[in-house]
Design a protein around this ligand. Structure first.
Ligand code: SAJ
Length: 428
């Protein structure tokens, strides 16, 4: 199938990089977002999200007129739906954005078009939800238009690189749809393109993130066991990982972001009777912030009125995304327990948490505190020189939950350093 103009609905962390990558490969792209603020800021050449390299490429394709933005879809050869799929309080998928994006395509859908769903969705969403909505146009999927599910699988922080280099799975509601999807992504994808059916590709996406979640949960559980048995979990993991068939992931303050902490619930929701392991792993990772709070209490003794400088609130290193962030939860929880929390998040200094003092610089955060709590391994924090830090603070206790600070150098600079999951080397 040939493509001249495509329409991408949803200009967030996935839609915008995808739109600008297609545009920089010679396709005319209409980027659609129903949020007027997003449309307005992009029309002024401003990118509303942080992702390395994205600002430059968006600015270029906007300037060249290859990417245009609008608040509703227009006629095109293909439509890509890349809107969020959050969940409700009861952990059920909220498909309202997917539904309304599909509805918005109906008036402009034409014979011969291709429609792609990229949003992470519970199994059968393409077949049972998106297809019937699109067929309200009077056209039939498979006969009049093609329909595929092709999940994004890119890692925030490396999106532009992984969009191009990762293998791409394309699940069609029939073979012709899958082949049309391949023709579209072939425009920029250098990794393998694997064709399958729509439901398999929905499941593949959920399996990948669930696999990671379960593996992080076991690492987090190992960190708790290490505390109990006086072991250094980091040492134990590095030794275990020398086994040729073992690859344990890293424990930490918990699992955040909008993917791994959300997607496994879509499987639990779809088949609760078949997913006890997946469900438990989610609960383990969701309770890891509590484990950090408990560690903080153990180290600090009574915590009411104590001052702590929290370093990092993002859900992982070097991103500005704070969605479902365990670090935010820890800061909130500590403050609810009466700790005087100051937080510094270099990628989002204007973020607000009730009763948490946000500071714009690291130095401001470090002064007047009793302890430093490192929650995110941002490069800036990893590279901190403990001698310099010691000049900015009277605190002598630092708690590293992500294992990036060297015990010896921090001790030599006069700090009592505590690591999550390391009871072996703890002095307090
Ligand atoms: N984390 C740990 N320990 C680890 C690895 C990660 O605690 O060993 C934590 C991170 O700190 C973070 C969370 O897990 O809070 C998730 O981070 P991540 O880097 O593992 O993944 P995401 O959520 O940024 O991106 C994932 C990726 N999926 C997989 O690696 C299987 C990405 O490829 C997907 O495209 C993305 O989800 C998505 O959009 O679904």
């Amino acid at each position: 199938m040939e493509f001249n103009q495509i329409c991408i609905i949803g200009l967030g962390y996935i839609g915008l990089p995808t739109a600008s990558t297609f545009a920089s490969h010679g396709l005319k792209v209409i980027g659609v977002d129903r949020n007027q603020e997003v449309v307005k800021s992009l029309k002024n050449g401003k990118v509303h999200i942080y992702e390395p390299g994205l600002g430059e490429i968006v600015e270029k394709v906007l300037r060249e007129g290859m990417l245009r933005v609008s608040d509703k879809p227009v006629e095109a050869d293909a439509f890509i739906i890349a809107v969020p799929t959050p969940f409700y309080d009861d952990k059920k998928a909220d498909l309202s954005y997917v539904r309304s994006a599909a509805e918005s395509v109906v008036p402009v859908l034409r014979k011969g078009n291709l429609v792609v769903l990229e949003s992470t969705s519970p199994p059968l969403t393409t077949r049972d939800i998106v297809k019937p909505i699109l067929e309200k146009s009077g056209l039939k999927a498979g006969e009049d238009f093609k329909l595929v599910y092709s999940p994004e699988r890119v890692l925030p922080g490396q999106i532009l690189k992984e969009l191009v280099e990762n293998a791409r799975v394309i699940g069609g509601i029939d073979q012709a749809s899958a082949e049309a999807g391949r023709d579209l992504y072939y425009i920029f994808v250098k990794g393998d393109i694997v064709l399958t059916d729509a439901t398999t590709s929905e499941m593949v996406k959920l399996m990948e993130n669930t696999y990671r979640d379960v593996n992080i949960a076991i690492a987090n559980e190992f960190s708790r066991l290490a505390e109990r048995f006086g072991v250094d979990v980091w040492e134990a993991i590095s030794i275990a990982n020398r086994h040729p068939r073992v690859k344990i992931l890293n424990p930490g303050p918990g699992v955040g972001g909008h993917c791994i902490s959300v997607d496994p619930w879509f499987l639990v929701e779809s088949a609760p009777d078949l997913t006890p392991l997946i469900h438990t792993a989610r609960k383990v990772n969701d309770s890891q912030p509590e484990f950090v709070v408990k560690l903080f209490k153990e180290v600090m003794g009574s915590i009411k009125g104590k001052r702590v400088a929290v370093l990092g609130l993002a859900y992982k290193p070097d991103v500005d995304d704070l969605r479902e962030s365990p670090a935010v939860e820890i800061a909130r929880h500590l403050s609810e327990e009466g700790v005087l929390v100051t937080a510094f998040e270099p990628f989002k200094t204007d973020f607000q948490i009730e009763n948490v003092r946000m500071v714009k610089t690291l130095e401001e955060g470090l002064e007047s505190t009793d302890a430093v709590l490192l929650l995110v391994a941002h490069t800036q924090f990893k590279n901190l020189d403990p001698v310099v830090v010691s000049g900015h603070t009277t605190a002598r206790i630092v708690i590293d939950t992500v294992n990036v600070w060297n015990l010896e150098t921090w001790r030599a600079a006069g700090f009592n350093i505590v690591r999550l999951g390391d009871r072996k080397n703890r002095v307090v």
